[in-house]
Design a protein around this ligand. Sequence first.
Ligand code: PLP
Length: 822
Amino acid sequence: MTLASTSELPRPILENPDPKALAAEIVKALRYRVGKDGSVATQFDWLTASILVVRDRIIDHWVKATKEAYDEGAKRVYYLSLEFLIGRLMRDAFTNLGMMESMRDALGSLGVELDVISALEPDAALGNGGLGRLAACFMESMATVDVPAHGYGIRYVNGMFRQEIHDGWQVELPETWLDHGNPWEFERRERSFEVGFGGTVESITTKDGRLERHVWRPQERILAVAYDTPVVGWRGNRVNTLRLWSGMPVDPILLDTFNAGDHIGALRESNKADALSRVLYPADSSPAGQELRLRQEYFFSTASLQDIIQRHLSQYGELHSLPDKAAIHLNDTHPAVAVAELLRLLMDVHGIDFDAAWDITKRTFAYTNHTLLPEALESWPVPLFERLLPRHMQIVYAINAQILLEARAKADFDGEQISRISLIEENGERRVRMGNLAFAGSHSINGVSALHTELMKETVFADLHQLYPDRINNKTNGITPRRWLIQCNPGLTGLIREAIGDRFLDDINALKDLDTLADDASFREKFAGVKRANKERLASLVLERQGIKVDPSAMFDIQIKRIHEYKRQLLNIIEAVALYDQIRSHPERDWMPRVKFFGGKAAPSYHNAKLIIKLANDVAKVINRDPAVGGLLKIVFVPNYNVSTAEIMMPAADLSEQISTAGMEASGTGNMKFALNGALTIGTLDGANVEIKEQVGDDNIFIFGLTTEEVAERRAEGYNPRAVIESSPELSQALAAISSGVFSPDDPNRYRELMSGLYDHDWFMVAADFDAYAAAQRQVDAVWRNSPEWHAKAIHNVARMGWFSSDRTIRQYANEIWNVPA
Ligand SMILES: *Cc1c(COP(=O)(O)O)cnc(C)c1O
């Protein structure tokens, strides 16, 4: 069997660099920019030199794109996100510029292996999970579909923590991605803006006593300094800017304090500034309600807005045209304070009256909601908000007065509805509701899957939707096929090119041409061969890193994502325990060998999530060692799940676990990456699974469990998990085993509470869905048994996933929200 490799990429995408010339460029960069000679260069030096070589090419396009956007007076998109889960950039750049193989050859001629040095590139993890990865995919797609855009975020020195597993427990270590410097970024000292906190608000009145304007006199001042990273799209079409802010002291050292002998105190300002961009809050789907977090949110919001305003003013000289030239997007509520900040800048700094400023604001902002979990909706205690941002507090009250007025005028809202749309939560501790603020200040509010958007209208934003019925719209998430197919799965990419040609590289919908090949036995075999090779790669990695031997001919069943109770890793583990029990009780049955992989980080303060990681490892320890199982079932917890790990695991998956409680996963994007790489999904009708099912067809996906409505009904009628558990012998046995310490002999009570939680309340409906899940897994086994059938379904998945490209998502945002051509 011959497989096309990426070396056959028939690019002259840009300049089709000649490997000899490239090698000379690398040597030159090494010498004059890294300052090393080939004979003493470390692998890291080679990596830096290689990045500099590709970066030079990117810069040419960057300068051109920026100039063109300026000359044309093009409307720009500004994507504000507290998180960008970027991952490594070098391979992405090589892929998009079509120079992967030239670079491989060039480096090879210098005795350097591309795969070795690219594995040394730090994985930029400035995000927790799906939300941050979406922002990264969007950046790449905006460059690809030629939307002039800037991403704005924070340059965290310590991004997402590095996870190690010690004795089965998660241990969090700081990730120091900037240790070796960052050849991708450009520090722009000249692009810095002042950020204030605290202080007082002064009202300036005219001689006749009329209020003229407010002046905020902050007590603290910090500088935000820009660091720019170029983001290159497919075929180098366009290069956009990711601008990340770093905190700098206005006064790096307080000399008076120093001279008075307080050497530590003299660095106070420096430390305060440093703290702002020091760490990413490691929480996902739960609030991180500390003061520093609000400071971070305001810090990057105001720096970005000042930057946008400065750019707009320098080109147009006034701000009334801002909505025509700038679309500012709020990725979740983290930058929602920008709504009040833009109003402040327009009114207090630029002298525009409230009505006009409010109109400009609403026409400029759009907001994406990412979660319906009530505990994840951001809100800030009024006293804290007022202390840090006194002027913004006034503005929030002014906005609130405005929308409450509209509510009373336009709709006959009752008192309860009024209290629900208010920007201020009045029950108990008074809090500022950031979701309502973002909604009020935006002309468009979108959900991230069809189901999520409908639920938004019915739940969190039901009243605001009634008041402003034309604002909510849906934009189902997507993933960039460059990173999540072409780059991470060169084997499959090569096979597809061989089979249907290259059109899909530019138009991902052309993957549809693969559909008919699902019936072609020889294509199926090649497809299976690619999957097998990807599984072997994962198997050798797991052997090398964790010393666990897995059989690549077994089914690779993978659940990798943040660890959260709503994502129900627990359901998967319990099913594994039940299966283990079945295999031991019925060794005579013809079991299909499986390896269940888990991976994901738990928020450090999330007790149950961390315990679930320990459980997965405890269960793995017992099952993997039990000779009675004879390798029919293995469990592997892969540590430190991040973008780079995902790039290895997605292509190696046979089965994708997307089993959240229906109604709780806004969209999911892991589900899309798996299916695009030819895994079949076992999942609930949640988030984008619903649309994946529509695209791939009912026969090519394993759907089980309660629907969103059924979950709501069960809860309404008084869900009794104990009765459910007692009526399911398999489930009872599995829970009893875990609870009694079969997997934790060193601490038999370790899981007692976790299990009794399932009997007592089971908020995430694990018990209610267990039997359906177990039955679906046996159906999975049955299909897996018929290998040609399995692979045909897998091919249909690849063929029908084009719609989930983030290029499609971005085109929809561009046309329907931002009003820019794409
Ligand atoms: C895609 C991705 C996610 C999101 O996964 P979900 O299954 O949608 O939660 C999280 N982390 C990383 C590293 C990813 O690549």
